[in-house]
Design a protein around this ligand. Structure first.
Ligand code: THU
Length: 129
């Protein structure tokens, strides 16, 4: 799948965002290595810390659907905002080799990687030393 197509999916996912408090809608589209696309959007809560980000919704939904191998994730926001630290950590856990596309609302995007977003990450191997 072309990067542009995955970004289009992230823009669709973004329209499903539930963000009544921040007004900052985020959509994510996760591409599995077998070609499936799994959507995520941010889901906010009146108890603010209960909010979950779009990237983690996509990744955790995928795991629940039996998907563990990811080729890429596209994240769409108004301004191509960068993923938060918690999402970077979850990406490093579940999709360390993923390509990452960061898109704005018009579909313009940049390409990066999980390793670039979170170098020297803490991983499962650190627990086994
Ligand atoms: N948000 C995401 O969905 N992903 C990120 O990586 C950064 C932040 C959401 C959480 C909250 O609903 C809103 O953006 C403002 O922080």
């Amino acid at each position: 799948m072309l990067a542009e197509e995955l970004v289009e999916h992230a823009l669709i996912a973004r329209r499903r965002a539930y963000a009544p408090y921040s007004g900052y809608a985020v959509g994510a589209a996760l591409l599995t290595t077998d070609g499936a696309v799994i959507y995520g959007c941010n889901v906010e809560n009146a108890s603010y810390p209960a909010t979950i980000c779009a990237e983690r919704v996509a990744l955790t939904s995928a795991v629940a659907q039996g998907k563990r191998d990811f080729a890429a994730i596209a994240v769409a926001t108004q301004n191509a905002g960068s993923p938060c630290g918690i999402c970077r950590q979850v990406m490093a856990e579940l999709g360390p080799e993923m390509r990452v596309y960061l898109a704005d609302a018009a579909g313009n995007f940049s390409v990066t990687s999980v390793a670039e977003l979170l170098p020297d990450s803490f991983t499962g191997s650190d627990l086994r030393t």
